[in-house]
Design a protein around this ligand. Sequence first.
Ligand code: UDP
Length: 239
Amino acid sequence: MEKKELLYEGKAKRLYATENTDQLIAEFKDDLTAFNAEKKGSEQGKGALNCKISTELYALLSANGVKTHLIETLDENHQLVKSVEIIPIEVVVRNTATGSLSKRLGIEDGKVLPFTLVEFYLKDDDLNDPIITDDHCMLLELVDDRAKLDILKQKGLQINRLLKDFFAERRLNLVDFKVEFGIDKEGEILLSDEISPDSCRFWDMDSGEKLDKDRFRENLGNVKVAYEEVLKRILGDVL
Ligand code: UDP
């Protein structure tokens, strides 16, 4: 399958058309951004690492009944995916308080939450991705039916259960993550976009070390080393 015209360029990926209108090619970039792209950087090989990590996690989720947009991984930084209409809601699932949750509500950083929290954020860089309620989603017509919001929450929780256990076996604490969903032409809701250390927080269960994009956000260094470590753990090479 060959890349045709560039349809969209995001912060971490480019999307290309293919000869099949139902299929797109996603290219993983080495660029890193944080704080709504106020902070920019690049890490050679980061795109390939995220492509591999996302491929592995999608395979796990797919094997456990989560429907996704991924058709096949083409090479080290390209995936063939189903063309979907992205629902402009970022679904954030949290097991441990940190980041914006701790800042906004004053919950101690690192506190294990008494239950898994699911939040919706509006996918809109101009507005700085604000947190939104179900009613806001309906008001903005982000979905055509309120029941879809419950489906998004349930899917977020299902993905969390599968990934949290998988990573716990590999001594990584899945602190929180963001997922996005799209609707295909049959009207099916599919997990879309990537799941990688750009979109998840992973803390080493023994040392507490951060092994995700917070290394870039907080200038901790060794960003690529951390992503490589996540991939190693995924592939079963537990240290
Ligand atoms: N996240 C993301 N994209 C965003 C915002 C958040 O992938 O545009 C992920 C982030 O990496 C973390 C989770 O969602 O795993 C929760 O992020 P939070 O709301 O704490 O935001 P932050 O502290 O990064 O502003």
